[in-house]
Design a protein around this ligand. Structure first.
Ligand code: NAD
Ligand code: LMR
Length: 354
């Protein structure tokens, strides 16, 4: 199955436990691992002072696959966040907290750019309602990245992902440095949720549960492939309820936070997991697969789509198909496409008018 995130659930456990142990008992052992790495990986988190940015930066600071980390935000408190994080005794070095005054220093030499910058939803809003503010933020960040680290991997978390990823693509094209292998919309939170909800439903170990989620990252464009979950048995009612919960898991959090934002901690976890997979693949580790929203020809006339991809030293090595769909999933796919295509075009049109 293409449904495994890298080495699958066991990889998740070992990575999280290595993050935890890196700050405690086994710190020295992990430190020596890092010294033996042949690839120094510098990352920048854009929006690092935010609800996602802070915990994401902490998880990346604990990741033995990241050797240097820059924190960038428009608010000056990012310098304090960087100072705070720099006291954590893990191998990754914090290069500083950067603001627009020294944006070039934040991006220079980066191999991985992770982007949770921008405004989050409030109850009653769709992700598309964030477009007007977040489109410009992402365009400007893409231009800064193009100037300072054009060959980096760009991992986009800012919503609406279905449109912000095409914005990055068009902006990077305009700057003359677009490489489709290097641009990935982060849909890992959908997989994280799917694994959690399916394991609860099936009474299985979540660490042994792996669900592929395809399409995009907004409402019905999020399509979990429950028919492909190994050894699972679902009633039709389960399928409909689980699909809906995975598609609208973000709304569940937005409603519960009641105006104070959207998912931050689960997104930080998911974002750190995906960044770690990208970094591991860049070191030359083989066999790493994950779902991501990338330039794709898997679905006709749909230029960006999320399916499992193989990651390698140069980013997205191969975009995989989604296998055989159930009739329910096929209907979901057919029905989402007009929305998804419209959201892609909206991002592309935004850059065309700049
Ligand atoms: P937040 O408001 O807590 O943090 C956003 C941060 O971005 C702030 O610190 C802000 O100062 C900063 N920022 C604004 N403009 C910037 C710019 N031009 N350059 C650098 N930084 C800038 O919001 P949050 O909860 O962290 O969410 C951030 C984004 O992530 C939102 O768009 C949200 O919808 C999205 N999100 C995506 C997923 C996903 O699955 N892809 C999940 C959760 C949230
Ligand atoms: C999520 O899925 O939690 C994020 O996209 C944030 C949101 O607005 O729901």
């Amino acid at each position: 199955m293409l449904s495994k995130l890298a080495s699958g659930a066991r990889g998740r456990i070992s990575r999280v436990s290595s993050q935890i142990t890196s700050s405690f008992a086994a710190k020295r052992a992990l430190g020596s691992n890092v010294q033996s790495r042949s690839f120094a990986c510098k990352a920048v988190v854009c929006g690092a002072a935010g609800g996602i940015g802070q915990p994401l930066s902490m998880l990346m600071k604990l990741d033995p696959n990241i050797t240097e980390l820059a924190l960038y935000d428009v608010v000056p408190v990012v310098k304090g966040v960087a100072a705070d994080l720099s006291h954590v005794n893990s191998s990754c070095q914090i290069t500083g907290g950067f603001t627009p005054d020294n944006v070039d220093d934040a991006f220079k030499g980066c191999n991985i750019v992770v982007v949770p910058a921008g405004v989050p939803r409030k109850p009653g809003m769709t992700r598309d309602d964030l477009f007007n503010i977040n489109a410009k933020i992402n365009y400007d960040l893409a231009m800064a990245a193009a100037k300072n680290c054009p060959d980096a991997m760009f991992l986009i978390i800012s919503n609406p992902v279905n449109s912000t990823v095409p914005i990055w693509a068009e902006a990077l094209k305009k700057a003359g440095c677009y490489n489709p292998k290097h641009l990935m919309g982060v849909t890992t939170l959908d997989i994280t949720r799917a694994n959690t909800f399916v394991a609860e439903n099936q009474g299985t170990d979540v660490n042994e549960t792996s669900v592929d989620v395809i399409g995009g990252h907004a409402g019905t464009t999020i399509l979990p492939l429950l028919s492909q979950v190994p050894n699972a048995k679902f009633s039709q009612e389960d399928i409909e309820k689980l699909t809906h919960r995975i598609q609208f898991g973000g709304d569940e959090v937005v409603k519960a936070k009641d105006g104070a934002g959207s998912a931050t901690l689960s997104m930080a976890y998911a974002g750190a997991e995906f960044a770690s997979l990208v970094a591991r693949a860049m070191t030359g580790e083989a066999g790493i697969k994950a779902c991501a929203y990338v330039e794709s020809t898997v679905v006709p006339d749909t230029t960006f789509f999320s399916t499992p991809v193989s990651l390698g030293k140069d980013g997205v090595e191969q975009v995989h198909g989604y296998g055989t769909l159930s009739a329910f999933e096929q209907k979901g796919l057919d029905e989402m496409l007009p929305d998804l295509k419209g959201q892609i075009k909206k991002g592309q049109d935004f850059v065309a008018t700049k």
